[in-house]
Design a protein around this ligand. Structure first.
Ligand SMILES: [Fe+2]
Ligand SMILES: [Fe+2]
Length: 344
């Protein structure tokens, strides 16, 4: 894949010649006129999502943590470790993909995404340093090293990106882009659901408040890739079977990991609800890029966790409540005048 030069005075930024990839950008962020208008609303939404982890009070969670069952504590720590991996790898990988993007308005959204992924890591550190007792913190930071299943999972996810870095062909770029979509669209949500499950039982509600904010950010990233993948499908060599294979594998890996870290040991989550939820998510993500669902059975068209998704508040206006059971607002939304969300 061609990498953009830092500055290309002979480039052509004319709207009619602009393209997301393989264009001839000067690399000046000329944003007065855009070829891809969906980026304007998306970028504004991403910026309005602004939040600061340390402004969210999680002190009650210190008490709750001590009262979790062993299984709940194991899942809490393992999921934190896994999410830390996901946000770390995104912070590292997105700049590689961005360096071949030749539409500045798309590049702008990716730059914001990179910033958010970095900040998500900082929020995990805030949670770990505040809630986890000092003697257990290293265990959480090192979880990916000591837990064989997590390590294998991390290696698999990273390998899709590494393949492109090692051999930067356009085919491998497409695979890495699909890898991003799967990560953003599938890999976070069983983890989010776990925190909402605890909070619905009046446990760790400060952590859930943080995850609601991360959840909202991640959904804006999903929207970005939902726009990019159909454009990429017009340009890059690939097959539909290849996309379905990637989805099937992603679902299989996600269920294996969730069954390992949660299984049937947490009240309100079972291996069967995990499978249903993961396949349901895969179906809606496939539909969002114009493909048929991979799991046509009726039960996979329905989330088993609608009662928890309601708590996440991500489907309503761009604000979240301080606590599931309170009504104060902790987000930093400046105005409610964001339009165009529906069309994304
Ligand atoms: Fe993130
Ligand atoms: Fe993300």
């Amino acid at each position: 894949m061609p990498i953009n030069p830092i500055f290309n005075p002979n480039g052509d930024d004319a709207i009619e010649n602009r393209s997301i990839w393989f264009g001839n950008t000067t690399n000046l962020m000329q944003l007065n006129d855009v070829r891809f208008p969906w980026t304007v609303n998306l970028y504004q939404q991403m910026r309005e999502n602004f939040w600061i982890p340390q402004r969210i009070d999680i002190t009650q969670d210190v008490v709750d943590y001590a009262n979790l069952t062993n299984d709940e504590r194991y899942a809490y720590e393992g999921i934190l470790a896994y999410l830390t991996f996901l946000d770390s790898i995104q912070t590292c990988n997105i700049p590689h993909l961005k360096s071949s993007v030749t539409a500045p308005e798309v590049s702008l959204c990716m730059a914001e995404q990179i910033s958010q992924e970095g900040m998500h890591n900082q929020s995990y550190q805030y949670i770990i340093e505040t809630i986890i007792p000092p003697e257990r913190r290293n265990h959480v930071y090192e979880f990916w090293r000591t837990d064989k299943i997590l390590k294998k999972r991390c290696e698999f996810i990273a390998s899709l990106y590494q393949k492109y870095i090692d051999n930067p062909t356009s085919e491998n770029y497409f695979v890495a882009l699909m890898g991003d979509f799967l990560l953003e669209g599938l890999y976070f949500y069983n983890g989010f659901i776990y925190f909402y499950n605890l909070a619905s039982r009046m446990l760790m509600s400060g952590s859930a408040d943080i995850f609601k904010m991360i959840n909202r950010d991640e959904l804006s990233h999903v929207r970005l890739y939902q726009k990019l993948i159909p454009e990429a499908r017009k340009i890059f060599t690939h097959s539909v079977d290849q996309i379905y294979d990637m989805f099937a594998r992603a679902v299989e890996h996600e269920c294996r990991w969730t069954n390992h870290i949660i299984g049937n040991n947490i009240l309100g989550i079972t291996e069967s609800s995990t499978e249903q939820y993961t396949k349901y998510l895969a179906n809606i993500r496939l539909r969002s890029i114009g493909l048929e669902p991979l799991y046509p059975e009726t039960k996979y068209n329905k989330s088993p966790y609608t009662h928890l998704e309601r708590f996440s508040d991500t489907k309503k206006e761009a604000h979240t409540k301080a606590n599931f059971f309170e009504s104060t607002v902790t987000s930093y939304v400046m105005s409610s005048g964001v339009t165009g969300w529906d069309e994304i």
